[in-house]
Ligand binder design. Sequence first.
Ligand code: 5AD
Ligand code: SF4
Length: 469
Amino acid sequence: MLKDVFVPQEDIKAQFEAAQRVKEITGGGKKAYIATFGCQQNEADSERLMGLCRLMGYEKTYILEEAELIIFNTCAIREHAELKVFSKAGGLRKLKEKNRRIVTAVCGCMAEQSHRREKFLTSYPYIDFIFGTDRLHMLPQMVENALKGKKLKVYISGLSHDKFGVIAEGLPVVRESNYKAWVSVMYGCNNFCTYCVVPYVRGRERSRRSADVLAEVEALVKAGYKDITLLGQNVNSYKGEYSFPELLRRAASFEGDYWIRFMTSHPKDASKELIDVMAENPKIAPHFHLPMQSGDNRILELMNRRYTVEQYMEKAAYIKEKIPHVALSSDIICGYPTETEEEFENTVKAVDKVGFDMLFTFVYSPRIGTPAAEMEQVEHKIKTERFARLSALENLRAEELNSRFAGQTVKVLSDGLQDGIYKGRTGQNKIISFTLPQGFDEEKAAAGKFLQVKVTKAAAYTLEGEATE
Ligand code: 5AD
Ligand code: SF4
C-alpha cells in the first residue's frame, strides 16, 4: 500500500483552524451552494466539501441566490457534461455583481485540465478560485485566501503529470440523504482506457485503509443508513489490508438490516471470489454494474480494456448463475474511433445476448489528451444513429427482463411520497412505485424504511406494485 498518500493529520487540523478564521471573518450564519455534476465520486466529494462548509459557518442551501459561497464540482467525462458546467457558470456573473462578498469556486475533473482552467480564468473572471480533485481538503484555506482578497486563483498539484494524488481522512461530511450513503474505498485509476479522461484528472489508484472504510460503514449502519455504496473507479483493484471481496464481505457483516452496493467493477478483474461473496451474502444488494463498453474484440483492444467479448460473456454468465435475482447493468460507448458498422453490430448482438437490466449508452466524445481523441473519428451522425439503435434494442430487452418480477413480492427501500406516489428502489436498484393497501401504517412506508411490495406491473424501467402487510 502507498503510505505517503495520506494527508498528515496536522494538515487537516490546520484546515479546521482556517475554517474557524473564515467564520470569524464572515461572522458565520451564511449559506453555501454546491452544484455537483457527473458521477457518484463527485457526489461523495461534494458531501465532504459541504462538511467543510459547515465547519466554516456556511449551512447548505439549494437556492443559488441566497448563497455566499458557491462551488461548482465539475465533470469532464464527456463534452456534454463540460458544456453544462460552462452554461451554468455564466450565471454567476450577475450574482457576483450584486454582492461582491460572494465567494465562487470551481473544482472537480474539469479543474484538472489545463485547457479548461484557461477557459475559466479568461472567460469567467468572477470565479475566485479553481482547485483540483486532490485539493478538496484545503477548502477552508482557499476560502480564507479569497475572503482576504488574495489573488491566488489556482490550486492544482498536477495529477495529469503522474502524481498520485492524496487521501484525506477525518474530514467532516454533510450527507444528502439520511438513509443512503457513499463510502469511497479508493481514488484514481490506473487503467488508461484510451477514451477516458479519468486517469488524467483523478491521479493514480490509491486505497483507503480497510479499517477506516469499515469504521465508516459501521457508523453509518448504527446511524440507521440502509443503502451504502462502496465507491471507486475500479473497486477490484482495491489494495488495502483486505482484498476487495473480503472488504465487501466484512462491510456486509454488521448487525442490522441494510444493503451494501459497490461501483464500479472492471470486467478484467471482477473475480469469481467477488461474485461468490455476493452470492453468499444477502446484505449485498443483487446488482452488478459491469461496463462492457463494446462487444467487438478489435474495438476492445483499441480501447485498452484487456478482455475479450468471450471473457466478458463468461463473467456475465457466472454472475447470473450464482447470484439469485441479480440485475446486471453495463455501459456502452457508440462510435468509438474507427468503429465499423459490422463492429457496432457485434456490440448490438452481444448486448442482446447478455441481456442487461440497465444499459447506459454513450455517444463517444473525444477527450483532449487521451489516445482515442487522436484516432480517426466516426462521423457524428453515425454515432448518434448507433446510439439510437442500441437504446431501442435495450428498451425491448429491459422490458422483457423486468417481466420476471411481475407477480413477485420484493424487498423495497422506500424513498417516501413523491408527488403523491410512493417510490422506492429494489435491491436490483430498480425504481418501483407502489400503493399502500387500506389500513397500512404510513409510517412503515416512509423514506428510509424497508418493506415488502408485490409487483403488479413491470415496464422497461419501472415497476409498480402494492405494499403487503
Ligand atoms: N466518451 C463517451 N463515453 C465515455 N465514457 C468514458 N469516457 C467516455 C468518452 N470519452 C463512458 C464509459 C464509462 C462511463 C462512466 O462513461 O462508458 O464507463
Ligand atoms: Fe476510465 Fe477505464 Fe479507469 Fe473506468 S477503468 S475510469 S473507463 S480509465
